[in-house]
Design a protein around this ligand. Structure first.
Ligand code: ZN
Length: 301
C-alpha cells in the first residue's frame, strides 16, 4: 500500500524528545506491512512511529472484516461476537448510568453504528454521536434516529454541555491526543464524567503475545497505553482518575486474534484458556486486564 508517513519527534503524552525504538510489529489484520513502535524514555509511553498521515490512514480501515463497524451476523464467530456485544451493551449502559445517576446528556465519540447511544436514547437521554465513517453514521441515523456527526463537528459543539462523554476503544486511533483531551475538557460539564476504554499494553496477554498482540493493531492504533500514561495525559488537562474498571470479554477476543496472527491451528482452544488466564492474572487493585475502562472527572478548582 502506497502511503505518506510522518515521524513524531516528541512524545505525544509528555512532549519529551527522548525517544527510543522499542520493537517492530505488523498490520497482521489487513496489509501485513511492518511498523515500528517507539517508547518515550521519560514517561514510558509507547506509540506507532513513523505512522501514516491522517489522510493516508483511511485505506487501513477499508476492510469487510473490520468488525467494530459491521453488523453482519455471518458465521459462528460473528454470531458469538453479536451475542457478547448485546450483553456488553446492557452492561455498559448500567455502568455509565450507575456512576452518573443524574445524567441527561451524553456524547459518544466514535459511536460507530450507534447501538450504545441508542441504549441511552431509549431511556430519554439527549444523545450526540461523533463518527468519522460515513456508512456507520448513516446507519445510526436511519436505524436509531440519532444525531451523529463527522469528526469536524466536535469543535463546534457547545462548551460545558455533556454529563457523560464516552470513547470506547477510540482514543488509541486519534492522531492528536493533546488536542482531543483538551476538547473533552471543554465539552464536559464541571460535574461530568468521562468513560475512556483502551487496550492495556501492560496486561498479561500484551506481554505474552508481544508483537503478535492484537491490541497493537498497527497502524490503526497510533497509541499504546498503560495506566500511568492515561493518568499523566488526563492530569495535564485537569482530570483526575475516579475509577478503573476491567473489560473482561476483551481478553478472549484479543487472544483469539493474536493466536490467529501467530498461525496457531488450535487458536480457539488456546484463546479461551489464555483469555481466562489473562483475566485471572489481572485481578489486582487497580486491575490490569487486556482492556481497561478509565473513569475520569474534572478536578474541582
Ligand atoms: Zn513521554
Amino acid at each position: 500500500m502506497e502511503h505518506q508517513t510522518e515521524i513524531l519527534k516528541n512524545c505525544p503524552v509528555c512532549g519529551s524528545i527522548k525517544l527510543q525504538k522499542a520493537f517492530k510489529t505488523k498490520d497482521y489484520f489487513l496489509t501485513q506491512e511492518e511498523f515500528g513502535i517507539c517508547m518515550c524514555k521519560k514517561c514510558g509511553f509507547h506509540f506507532t512511529n513513523p505512522r501514516p498521515t491522517k489522510e493516508a490512514l483511511s485505506p487501513y480501515y477499508k476492510s469487510e472484516e473490520y468488525i467494530s463497524h459491521s453488523n453482519s451476523n455471518q458465521g459462528l464467530f460473528g454470531f458469538l461476537y453479536q451475542q457478547v456485544r448485546n450483553y456488553t451493551l446492557g452492561k455498559k449502559y448500567e455502568l455509565v448510568s450507575n456512576i452518573k445517576k443524574d445524567g441527561e446528556s451524553i456524547l459518544d465519540i466514535g459511536c460507530a453504528t450507534g447501538q450504545f447511544l441508542n441504549e441511552f436514547k431509549k431511556r430519554g437521554w439527549n444523545c450526540t454521536g461523533i463518527e468519522p465513517d460515513e456508512e456507520a453514521r448513516s446507519f445510526a441515523k436511519s436505524n436509531y434516529d440519532l444525531k451523529v456527526f463527522g469528526e469536524e463537528k466536535l469543535e463546534e459543539l457547545a462548551s460545558d454541555s455533556f454529563d457523560v462523554i464516552s470513547m470506547w476503544h477510540v482514543l488509541e486511533h486519534v492522531s492528536d491526543l493533546q488536542k482531543r483531551v483538551a476538547e473533552l475538557k471543554r465539552l464536559i460539564k464541571a460535574n461530568g464524567t468521562l468513560f475512556i476504554a483502551l487496550p492495556n499494553l501492560d496486561s498479561w496477554d500484551a506481554h505474552h503475545y508481544e508483537k503478535f498482540w492484537a491490541g497493537l493493531d498497527v497502524p490503526r492504533h497510533l497509541h499504546h497505553f498503560k495506566k500511568e500514561n492515561v493518568e499523566l495525559l488526563f492530569e495535564k488537562h485537569g482530570f483526575k482518575m475516579h475509577k478503573i474498571v476491567p473489560m473482561k470479554f476483551d481478553s478472549y477476543y484479543v487472544s483469539l486474534l493474536s493466536e490467529k496472527y501467530k498461525k496457531n491451528p488450535l487458536h480457539l482452544f488456546s484463546a479461551f484458556f489464555k483469555g481466562a488466564y489473562s483475566n485471572f492474572k489481572a485481578r489486582k487493585n487497580p486491575p490490569n486486564h487486556s482492556s481497561l475502562l478509565y473513569i475520569l472527572k474534572p478536578k474541582v478548582v
